[in-house]
Structure formats: structure tokens, C-alpha cells
Design a protein around this ligand. Structure first.
Ligand code: RP5
Length: 163
């Protein structure tokens, strides 16, 4: 199976990114996580993105906060799909990172999840890999069925007054 490459702009993004790693692990998807900043370590970020396809990655997840250009920069250096996680920071509650990540000019797409949407980033990466991996597609379907059953169980408890 192709690997998921996770790049975060700072070690301070790790609490968010941990949820991505947990979700990938639960699905048995191999991943590699790095701290590479688009502005503090641009050479390393560029080297990672430009060699990602030949290094066995199938999709890249970029997590960054504030003026979050990491997703766009990585996406400019690979034709692998790039998923951006805008990370929340104190000043603007993540709106800065959301707009910087989602508002990519035409030509270089970054598939953007919600602010701190780390689990959905993992699930979207899994869905991309599952296009050519039936076993993984089945795992995703099983997870959805399990999640639905949990919701219905809560509803049942509510109806019977035992929540
Ligand atoms: C971004 O700036 C990082 O992705 C992080 O979300 C934010 C703050 O970084 P630190 O100052 O905590 O390293 O580049």
C-alpha cells in the first residue's frame, strides 16, 4: 500500500496531527510524519514533496496554522493529492489558516478539511488510497457501519430514558 506523508509546520501542531496518525493507524495505513516548515525549512519541505511520489507516498497531508502556506507550497512540488489541515491558533481562531489553505489560486489544488479537522484528513487520505485498494475500501465501509450503529445505540438509549 502507498504511504501517507504527513507534514506539519511546527511541533506545536502535533496535538492536532496526533489525531490524524491515530486514525491512519486504526485503518492499518502506513504513514511517515515530519516537521517541515514552508518558511523556516523551505529546502527540506521542498525536497520531501518533490521526491514523495518516488518514495512510495500516495497522498500528502499538510497541517499548519496562521499564514498557512505549507499545503500550497507542498502541492506546487508534486502532483500527488495534498490535503490541508488548517490549525487553530490564538489570534484568529484558525480563520487565518483556513482561508490561506482553502483559497488556493487555480492550478494548484489543496483539498482542505475543517479547522483542526485532523481525523477527516486521515479519512480523506484513506478514501483516496482506497480508490485502488478494495480491502481498504471495505475497512472504511465497516467503520461507517460501526459509527452509524453507535449513533443508533445513543438514540435507542434516549428513547428508553437510559442515556
Ligand atoms: C505555523 O505557525 C505552524 O504550522 C504553527 O501552526 C504556527 C506556529 O508555529 P510555532 O511558532 O508554534 O512554531 O508555521
Amino acid at each position: 500500500m502507498k504511504k501517507v506523508g504527513i507534514v506539519m509546520g511546527s511541533a506545536s501542531d502535533l496535538p492536532v496531527v496526533q489525531k490524524t496518525m491515530d486514525a491512519l493507524k486504526a485503518l492499518g495505513i502506513p504513514y511517515e510524519a515530519h516537521v517541515y516548515s514552508a518558511h523556516r525549512t523551505p529546502a527540506q519541505a521542498a525536497a520531501f514533496a518533490s521526491s514523495a511520489r518516488e518514495n512510495g507516498f500516495g497522498v500528502i497531508i499538510a497541517a499548519a496554522g496562521m499564514a498557512a502556506h505549507l499545503g500550497g507550497v507542498l502541492a506546487s512540488m508534486t502532483t500527488l493529492p495534498v490535503i490541508g489541515i488548517p490549525c487553530k491558533s490564538a489570534a484568529l481562531d484558525g480563520m487565518d489558516a483556513l482561508l490561506a489553505t482553502v483559497q488556493m489560486p487555480s492550478g494548484i489544488p489543496v483539498a482542505t478539511v475543517a479547522i483542526d479537522g485532523a481525523t477527516n484528513a486521515a479519512l480523506l487520505a484513506a478514501e483516496i488510497l482506497a480508490v485502488t485498494d478494495g480491502e481498504l475500501a471495505q475497512k472504511l465501509a465497516d467503520k461507517r457501519a460501526k459509527d452509524a450503529a453507535a449513533v443508533l445505540e445513543k438514540d435507542c438509549a434516549l428513547q428508553t430514558g437510559t442515556p
